[in-house]
Design a protein around this ligand. Sequence first.
Ligand code: 5GP
Ligand code: ZN
Length: 114
Amino acid sequence: MENCLFCKIAAGEIPSTKVYEDDEVLAFRDIAPQAPVHVLVIPKKHVSGWYDAQGESDAALAHLMRVAAQVAKSEGIVESGFRVVSNCGPDARQTVPHLHLHVLGGCGMSDGMA
Ligand code: 5GP
Ligand code: ZN
């Protein structure tokens, strides 16, 4: 989609530090990390959020989650623990309207908001 930041990152038009890539999914380091490990996992196809994602196949959505878990493994945070967060809409403070999972780890996290 035109003028979508993460579509541009997926297309390589804006540089990113990639940690995983296949035909469907890209994982790259967040530009403003909120934990020692902070990776974003996105579908390469533009999907604006979780409601929009109802139009995607179960396999595509499951693949996104599987990649998040694989990133946790490759980042070495499976044993210590990690959080997968996906903000959707204004109350959740979603700032980039292209579906993404945050994979966070490498430190203890707060008890709040799940
Ligand atoms: P949201 O607030 O929508 O859940 O998450 C968007 C995330 O994208 C934020 O954590 C923000 O730091 C990250 N971000 C914004 N612009 C860029 C960018 O140009 N490159 C990368 N790697 N991350 C970005
Ligand atoms: Zn997009």
